[in-house]
Design a protein. Structure first.
Length: 196
């Protein structure tokens, strides 16, 4: 377990234009996050458990937890063990009669089960290295890139369109006071009521 780091569920994010859902895991000891793409049903299963919504009949992950309990097996933890071709691989670590079993699982199912069984989630250090992001670093990099970037050159058509505004601004006389406009330091005059 020395090559595993503990994470917790930070949030479940929804993309309104697509059926894509993200489960965001946060490293317990740092500001590193791992976004994992899950399907809408898996995201709903995770959200229901996080919000402790009561359901009339057991959902799939409730059923799985109940089966473990019925056979006297204890779920010790769940792990995200591998990342290949943008797919996260999970594992459920269970104990029964002094033996430890590692059961292959989708990452989303392992996470959904971990909430119901109240067990920790661990991520392999190599997965954390490959997939994690730090929002502050990302923001700093993008803002530095923006500061360094040169403005895009205008096309000939763009220059012609802007010249209209240039002509307009040259005709304005900013130094000449407007006689109809009261000066800034002049007292306000009471306005006459409008006739109805």
């Amino acid at each position: 377990m020395s090559n595993m780091v503990e994470v917790r569920i930070d949030s479940v994010r929804v993309h309104l234009m697509t059926p894509t859902r993200l489960v965001v895991l946060k490293h317990i000891d740092s500001e590193r996050y791992i976004p994992i793409v899950v399907g809408p049903y898996e995201a709903e299963a995770i959200t229901i458990a996080l919000q402790e919504v009561e359901v009339s009949r057991p959902l799939t992950h409730d059923l799985l937890r109940n089966i473990f309990n019925a056979f006297g097996a204890q779920i010790a933890r769940v792990e995200i063990v591998k990342l290949e071709h943008d797919t996260f691989f999970g594992a459920i670590i269970a104990e029964l009669n002094g033996q430890t079993f590692e059961i292959d699982s989708r990452a989303s199912d392992a996470i959904a089960l971990s909430i119901r069984a109240h067990v920790p989630i661990y991520v392999h250090a190599s997965v954390m290295e490959m997939a994690s992001i730090a929002p502050d670093e990302e923001a700093a990099e993008s803002s530095t890139a923006m500061l360094k970037a040169e403005p895009a050159p205008l096309s000939k058509e763009g220059v012609e369109r802007l010249s209209v505004f240039e002509d307009f601004l040259e005709k304005l006389d900013f130094d000449k006071p407007d006689e109809n406009k009261p000066e800034d330091n002049a007292p306000d005059k009471p306005k006459k009521p409008k006739k109805k």
